[in-house]
Design a protein around this ligand. Structure first.
Ligand SMILES: C[S@@+](CC[C@H](N)C(=O)[O-])C[C@H]1O[C@@H](n2cnc3c(N)ncnc32)[C@H](O)[C@@H]1O
Length: 235
């Protein structure tokens, strides 16, 4: 029986992988990369290309549709868990790669539950990764929190009402998954007087990285899925 690894590959810059992640990726028999759309490249796989050997290692790209419809998601999770378990039981180590950290809003969390429930005999090791939030704060040279300050992370899809309450409660608010509700967020930030204390970061760690602090520049931009906002109480 081989080990299953969940490897956080960081936000997209190969230099932001840990040494442990690199070691495991070089030695795993099977690399499993998630994609939401089979026509698009896996960001996680693109990040680790230089560490793997496609002649020696088996690379599997598995689709997890980008939807909240559980009738579509559950079969995708179950299929991936069965694939991982079959390889591990046949003695092949598997590295499931995930952008950022594997236990932070990641598909791996669902796989972890299924593997623990259905294949409790399989050993699972989790390798943490640098999350997009830490990488974004570094690129923007923006302290996230200091002293007694408090921070909250909200998937913006949770709703504008929750974001409004968070802005009133916390010194730092980080919004992930901003793309589907971007205009409504910007309207709220203007009304709350946060134009000069908002930072937008897209595709951090990649050649397509964008960091905007100017609110008119943020408002003129059409974000992609890998975008986030960090909003401070004061500039
Ligand atoms: C499903 S969560 C994955 C979070 C990831 N596990 C992490 O630790 O950063 C996806 C959201 O994370 C943010 N994100 C992930 N990678 C990013 C990147 N390279 N640049 C900016 N935001 C990113 C975006 O808000 C995106 O909608």
């Amino acid at each position: 029986m081989a080990t299953v690894y969940a490897v956080g590959v960081g936000p997209g810059d190969p230099e932001l992988l840990t040494r442990k992640a690199e070691r495991i990726l070089r030695s795993a028999d099977v690399i499993l990369a998630p994609v939401s759309n089979l026509a698009e490249a896996s960001v996680a796989l693109g990040t680790i290309r230089e560490f793997i050997d496609e002649g020696r290692q088996e690379i599997i790209v598995h689709q997890f549709p980008m939807t909240s419809d559980r009738t579509l998601l559950i079969p995708a999770w179950q299929g991936a868990a069965e694939l991982i378990a079959a390889h591990a039981e046949a003695g092949r180590s598997v590295a499931f790669i995930t952008i950022g950290d594997p236990l932070f809003y990641s598909t791996f969390i669902y796989l972890l539950r299924l593997l623990r429930e259905q294949w409790p005999q399989i050993a699972i090791e989790i390798i943490p990764g640098i999350s997009s939030i830490n990488a974004a704060a570094s690129e923007a040279s923006l302290p996230l929190v200091e002293g007694d300050e408090k921070m909250v992370v909200i998937p913006a899809t949770a709703g504008i009402g929750q974001i409004k309450t968070a802005l009133e409660t916390y010194e730092t608010v980080v919004l992930l998954k901003v793309k589907p509700v971007f205009p409504a967020i910007l309207e709220l930030l203007s009304a709350a007087g946060r134009e000069t204390s908002t930072v937008f970061v897209e595709r951090v760690g990649s050649p397509r990285q964008k960091v905007f602090t100017d609110f008119s520049e943020i408002a003129a931009h059409s974000p992609d899925y890998l975008s986030l906002l960090i909003i401070k109480r004061s500039p």
